[in-house]
Design a protein around this ligand. Sequence first.
Ligand code: ATR
Length: 271
Amino acid sequence: MTDRYAVIGNPIAHSKSPALHAAFARQCNQDIRYEAILGPLDGFRACVETFRQAGGRGMNVTVPFKVEALALADTLTERARLAQAVNTLRFDADGIFGDNTDGIGLVNDIQQRLGFAIGGKRVLILGAGGAARGSVLPVAEAGPARLVIVNRTQARAEALREQFAGVAAVDVEPCDGLAGQHFDLVINATSAGLHGESLPLPAGIFAPGALAYDMVYGNTETPFMAAARALGASRVSDGLGMLVGQAAESFFLWRGVRPDTAPVLQMLQGS
Ligand code: ATR
């Protein structure tokens, strides 16, 4: 019997996950069916349970259910617990396993596809919401020389630093404290661009050879990418590769095989 998987979110119509997982399945000769489910805002748990009872083997979870999925899981990985969000559920015989592959999807995209080794580099994360929180542990595990978080609301950045105390060394700087500092990698984990707002970045923030990475993606260059280019970033990237990367890690958790993300990213870029 064909194993069933799904992505659940609200809204869900524009999700790329079904196309991604269909491509992975073809590439890896895995017999799976993957669908998109519109989760009712007040009925996430019931919806997951219905899918599981119907023989579902696992789910991807997206906005706005990642925190509810955390509560639903019987066992959690450390990276999911620290992210306080789950994007991957696997229905095992002994319960529901929850993980978060967003951060490792980001790090793999930066290190493998873009060939940028984080080890020993000065890294700045902009933002302290869910997207930033999910990336802290995987980025820290890649061994940067320094990991700094800056957020419009500084108290949220400080709360993140406290949360990761003893696990990841994080420095917090005020928004106006960046003048004169230089970073090799700047990751935009804010939603400013989605609201048509820009981030105040000082001149000189990008060290020679620096990479500016936006977790957001779109059909055209994002506002952060354009701003970074104007400030002299050597390379800029949107977050489409992160999307493919997190999906590949979910696929691996379910199927035990890790797909090659490059051709699938190319397929998305061409579509
Ligand atoms: P997500 O889960 O996508 O991270 P979130 O938890 O709402 O969403 O976090 C959004 C992030 O973008 C926050 O860091 C937010 O800053 P605040 O904590 O100060 O709200 C940041 N953000 C949103 N709009 C912004 C803007 N115009 N300028 C700077 N930061 C902004």
